[in-house]
Design a protein around this ligand. Structure first.
Ligand SMILES: Nc1ncnc2c1ncn2[C@@H]1O[C@H](COP(=O)(O)OP(=O)(O)OP(=O)(O)O)[C@@H](O)[C@H]1O
Length: 268
């Protein structure tokens, strides 16, 4: 079987996003922080990828650079076959609007709009006519049909996050970025939202990249990428929460040594 037949069989042709030697430095001179250090990554289309790593390892920076929300210091980023590094701000804004969906920890729902209006808001702003059939499918998949007339204050946290999820899916973006999407939810509502992201991939053929600290959340993904000090240091296909937790513990025990004493910095 040729590679192209394989791609056809899985319905995939090339990664949804790609970075090569992606480098991001903040600040200058002695205070420079290298948030991403020559990262190479392929985000597989039609898959659910989780990004994990210790605090400050570069997870959010990676997501922001892949999504064109942040400029890069060096290297290249592609969304599908479009190189986004080098695009002008206006082109980037349009590309984000048309091709990417976002879900953040804060739901960013507009309080005066009802659920349906919040879901279609990005398309309304862009002057795009929603694909009714698709939006209906998203609404039913997320079990929001009987909540469409409610404003955010009349919805539970989990329902609000489902509306945010529907909003990210509504324009049928090529890629959905979720940054700690369950961070503000109790475990039941969190599990529900993760289940829906999983369904978006399995049933609706969407591509999801999720930044998380939570091994249980990462276990919903197809592949976990582990970042440390701005580099991808490991990856884990078919993760379970136990295996992810074990891997994360190795970061905790990998405390840097003091070069003078050879001891770890906590004195052990
Ligand atoms: N705007 C900024 N200005 C300066 N430094 C920054 C900025 N944003 C991030 N950094 C630094 O870049 C590094 C990576 O940050 P980033 O937010 O990507 O990490 P993270 O893995 O998402 O962390 P967390 O899990 O705590 O959210 C950190 O050292 C951080 O302090």
């Amino acid at each position: 079987m040729s590679a192209s037949e394989g791609a056809q069989e899985t319905g995939l042709d090339g990664p949804a996003a790609r970075a090569r030697s992606l480098t991001k430095a903040y600040g200058s001179g002695e205070t420079t922080v290298l948030a991403l250090d020559a990262v190479d990554v392929d985000i597989a289309a039609g898959r659910f990828t989780a990004v994990m790593g210790p605090s400050g390892s570069g997870k959010s920076t990676l997501m922001h650079c892949l999504a064109g929300l942040d400029s890069v210091s060096a290297g290249q980023v592609w969304l599908g076959s479009t190189e986004i590094t080098g695009l002008k701000d206006r082109e980037l804004t349009r590309l984000r609007r048309d091709r990417i969906g976002f879900m953040f920890q804060a739901f960013n729902l507009l309080p005066t709009l009802n659920a349906r209006e919040n879901i279609t808001l990005p398309m309304d702003i862009a002057g795009r006519r929603p694909d009714r059939e698709w939006v209906d499918r998203v609404i039913d998949t997320l079990a929001l049909r009987d909540r469409l007339g409610h404003r955010p204050a009349q919805l539970s946290g989990g329902q609000q996050q489902r509306v945010a999820c529907a909003r990210a899916l509504a324009a049928r973006p090529e890629l959905i970025f979720a940054d700690e999407p369950t961070g503000n939810l109790d475990s039941r509502a969190g599990a529900e939202v993760l289940g829906f992201l999983r369904e978006a991939v399995d049933e609706l053929d969407q591509t999801v990249v999720m930044v998380t600290h939570d091994p249980n959340a990462a276990a919903y993904s197809d592949l976990v990428l582990f970042l440390a000090d701005g580099r991808i240091v490991d990856e884990m296909p078919q993760p379970t929460s136990e295996k992810v937790l074990e891997r994360m513990k190795r970061f905790d025990s990998g405390r840097p040594e003091d070069p003078d004493t050879g001891r770890t910095t906590d004195g052990s």
